[in-house]
Write a protein that binds this ligand. Structure first.
Ligand code: AVJ
Length: 328
């Protein structure tokens, strides 16, 4: 990394993850059993997620890009000139590139991502295509407090960009708390541009998470592979299967790994017993109606400005601001 002229000006340090083992043990010991979805995104997981984004059933990414593309000038004029854009989990940067292209004289771009490889590659690419833009990458888990780097010049305001409907991974209460943290960054005339997957027929939702080519299954199972590889567990990958269902009461997709047989899994002095049919929850992906999401954001202090959507209303890109009289 030290000799890399494209990223050398800024530190791109991978996040320390001493918590991985503790998180896995806690998750497998709890009832119901869970594994945190943030651990999907190791190098292989990030690559598999890229493949998911191109699947015919996974309308999410394609629809968000299309909405962004069609409305980029309107979105850009809403955000205004001379902004500091803070991207959360922007991955390979496909969407951010479209956004920055449309912005009027953006001042600074701070991509925050947990995947070091993607962050380095997208930073190198963005420095080439936006040579005027100051880019300050931060490799971090944004679920933890992140210290933002200081730009050379003070920008007009902060805009947080949180694409991909990753907000859906939070339980609604935690989503409000997370949005409150973002709100603190947006004060003083800033705002939040956020992608949210909307409620729709459960067949469409379930197909998106149970694709015919089995890529989502590989993505889900990669989590067990990662636990084996990095923590020395002995999950037998042939004895687990992937399934996603839409829980309409809770308004969320639930992704599971289900044990095919009665089996034990060993991990660091621990021995976990699974009966046939026992499940590990690996991801929740909440879906919102437009007014539901606006109400959720209002609890965090945000004012709904507007939402851009597609003809079928599959996905929404929301712009939210903090009213200037809002108390801290
Ligand atoms: C990255 C959280 C938006 O919930 O749709 C895709 C992750 N998981 N297929 C989603 C995911 C399985 C995705 N998010």
């Amino acid at each position: 990394m030290a000799g890399d002229p494209l990223t050398a000006p800024q530190p791109v340090a991978p996040p320390e993850s001493p918590d991985f083992l503790a998180d896995v043990i806690a998750g497998l010991s709890s009832n119901p059993r869970t594994l945190p979805c943030k651990y999907f995104y190791d190098e292989r997981g990030a690559a598999l997620f890229q493949k998911i984004c191109e699947l015919p059933e996974y309308y999410v990414t394609r629809t968000e890009i299309d909405i962004l593309d069609r409305n980029r000038n309107e979105i850009a004029s809403q955000l205004g000139p001379d902004i500091q854009l803070i991207g959360l989990g922007t991955g390979a940067g496909t969407k951010t590139r479209i956004l920055i292209d449309a912005l009027e004289k953006p001042a600074v771009y701070i991509p925050v991502d947990i995947s070091e490889k993607q962050l380095r590659e997208s930073t190198a690419l963005f420095r080439k295509i936006f040579p005027e833009l100051e880019i300050l990458p931060v490799c971090a888990d944004y679920l933890q407090p992140v210290v933002l780097p200081s730009p050379r010049h003070k920008p007009a305001r902060n805009i947080v960009y949180f694409p991909g409907s990753t907000i859906g991974n939070f339980e609604p209460n935690q989503a409000v708390e997370f949005l409150r943290r973002i709100a603190n960054v947006c004060r003083g005339g800033g705002g939040l541009l956020i992608g949210v997957d909307l409620k729709k027929e459960h067949q469409v939702l379930e197909a998106a998470y149970n694709d015919g080519a089995g890529v989502t299954a590989q993505f889900n199972l990669n989590l067990l592979e990662r636990v084996n590889r990095e923590l020395g567990a002995d999950f037998d990958l042939d004895q687990w299967w992937h399934r996603a269902i839409y829980n309409s009461n809770a308004g969320r997709i639930e992704m599971y790994l289900t044990s095919e047989i009665d089996q034990f899994v060993h991990l660091d002095e621990h021995k976990f017993h699974f009966r046939r049919g026992d499940k590990i929850i690996t991801e929740f992906s909440y879906k919102y109606a437009p007014d539901e999401f606006a109400a959720l954001a209002a609890k965090a202090g945000f004012e709904f400005i507007r939402m851009w959507t597609d003809d079928a209303r599959l996905f929404g890109i929301f712009y939210l601001t903090i009213p200037s009289n809002e108390p801290r």
